[in-house]
Design a protein around this ligand. Structure first.
Ligand SMILES: N[C@@H](CCC(=O)N[C@@H](CS)C(=O)NCC(=O)O)C(=O)O
Length: 221
């Protein structure tokens, strides 16, 4: 199997974190530069959406969308289970996963319209952040509320939503200086708990990602 990927994008990081936690080390990694090598005719023939991560199976099928790749890998590597067998946990996994994807959708549009990192080539409308910020904040509040007193997002063991959300929060923290709002104490503790999981390596963004923007703009909550 081959994974077309990079080492730091939030989608790619989901797969990297999953494989580290599961001890999967037999997938060949093919490094891809996003927005460049993702737009070539060869790449688009493999993934019409032109995105990484992209998994090529041993029988030549292509699977894209990080969540779909994780579901496929989970079928091959069911232990320890990241998508639970019991009905109640499965429903919580579905709800948390849906909220996480909504959270990231709203947040990413906000960031696109406000971050100097992504301003090139886009006509930014900073009001988008004002309009959308309550939407992503509400999703994060709900994720925290559903987690309640559990150690992880669904129960006391790691499951797929932990991986889905962590990769997103890690990326926006390091790239855009957006932190977990401090009133979400459960999620704040959860973030540190994930960082301590065995096999887990923190993200390393390429040098080219750093400029003076975060020091200049400060972190946001
Ligand atoms: N929903 C997709 C998002 C993937 C995504 O946005 N990938 C970015 C890098 S993290 C990408 O490949 N961008 C390149 C492009 O748009 O050309 C997933 O979860 O896999």
């Amino acid at each position: 199997m081959k994974l077309y990927t990079n080492s730091y994008g939030p989608g790619p990081r989901r797969i990297i974190i999953y494989c580290a936690l599961k001890g999967i080390d037999d997938i060949e990694l093919v490094p891809i530069v996003p927005y460049k090598e993702t737009r070539t005719p060869e790449f688009l023939a493999r993934n019409p959406a032109g995105k990484i991560p992209l998994l090529e199976t041993d029988d030549g099928h292509h699977i894209f969308e990080s969540q779909c790749i994780l579901q496929y890998l989970e079928e091959l590597h069911p232990d320890p289970p990241m998508l639970r067998q019991n009905e109640r946990a499965m429903r919580r996994i579905d709800v948390q996963s849906a909220l996480i994807n909504e959270f990231f959708f709203y947040l990413y549009i906000s960031v696109l319209h406000t971050s100097p990192y992504v301003s090139k080539g886009l006509r930014q409308a900073p009001d988008a952040d004002v309009a959308l910020s309550p939407f992503w904040r509400a999703r994060l509040d709900k994720i925290d509320e559903i987690m309640g007193g559990n150690r992880f997002l669904v129960d006391d063991a790691v499951s797929m939503p932990d991986i889905l959300l962590f990769a997103m929060l890690e990326y926006i923290r390091h790239r855009f200086g957006i932190m977990i709002p401090p009133h979400l104490k459960g999620l704040t503790r959860w973030y540190d708990r994930v960082l301590e999981l065995p096999g887990f390596d923190p993200i390393a963004l390429p040098e080219t990602y750093f400029d003076e923007a975060i020091p200049r703009l400060g972190t946001r909550y």
